[in-house]
Design a protein around this ligand. Structure first.
Ligand SMILES: [Mg+2]
Length: 240
């Protein structure tokens, strides 16, 4: 299975004992768990090293593949972070953007991110137009804004890595909670696509919805899918 991290493996921003227990049970039953996150490569590396049975992951919204003790790899065409930062510098110099590089910038390989610093949508749209005039995409989350050469697509990155790993996408279940997971829900890409209950309130922000939505939010949704996959393998529930 391929899983988003923030808001899918976490509850109120933290991994819990239940997260670790479910991942240990899944990987112990032979179900590979691959984190697919918008977080920097350096942070996903930590997950791949320490989560039980997890061996590899995808970072920076599909740009980078991470395997502990191997060099990180661009999945598609490498980006040019220096050029993207030049556009950020020009937004500051010519458009009064006041962009501050994200505190986790040193952990990023291909993505360029700045703190959102509470900017409202009209201000973000003004900066987006200026960035687009310079040939660069400008996308934002609740905490960061990103300068990008291509629209981020976690699902495209996952598809490319599945091909390299020799895994059939039709055998993969994906789960996520937010619009940056939309590529994991694209019809026809994966065997099963699942959203946590959080997608319901954001339905208008997705180009397509997952096949299934869990009844629980965040980690509770992940635990529902984990239980379903384990039950389908005939693994007994030893937690009750
Ligand atoms: Mg998320």
């Amino acid at each position: 299975m391929a899983t988003d991290v923030d808001g899918t493996l976490t509850r109120d921003g933290a991994l819990t004992a239940a997260t670790l227990g479910a991942i240990e049970e899944l990987t112990g039953a032979g179900i590979e768990v691959v984190p697919v996150s918008g977080r920097p490569a350096g942070e996903v590396l930590g997950l791949c090293r320490y989560l039980p049975g997890v061996r590899k992951g995808i970072a920076e919204n599909g740009l980078i593949s991470v395997v502990p003790d191997q060099p990180v790899q661009f999945i598609g065409r490498p980006t040019n972070p220096a050029r993207l930062r030049e556009v950020g510098d020009a937004l500051n110099a010519d458009h009064g953007a006041n962009l501050r590089l994200a505190g986790d910038e040193f952990c990023r390989v291909g993505d360029v991110a700045y703190e959102r610093d509470g900017r409202d949508v009209p201000e973000l749209m003004r900066l987006r137009d200026a960035a687009q005039a310079a040939g660069v995409f400008f996308v934002w989350s609740s905490v960061h804004v990103h300068l990008a050469e291509r629209i981020p697509d976690k699902g495209e990155g996952l598809l490319q890595m599945l091909e390299r790993w020799g895994r059939a996408p039709s055998a993969v279940a994906t789960i996520g909670d937010a619009p940056n997971d939309a590529g994991l829900f694209t019809p026809g890409r994966f065997g099963l696509t699942v959203g946590t209950a959080d997608v319901v309130a954001q339905a208008q922000d997705f180009p397509h919805l997952p096949q299934m939505v869990t009844s629980g939010r965040e980690l509770d949704g992940f635990l529902e899918l984990a239980r379903g996959l384990l039950d389908s393998r005939g693994v007994q529930n030893d937690t009750h």
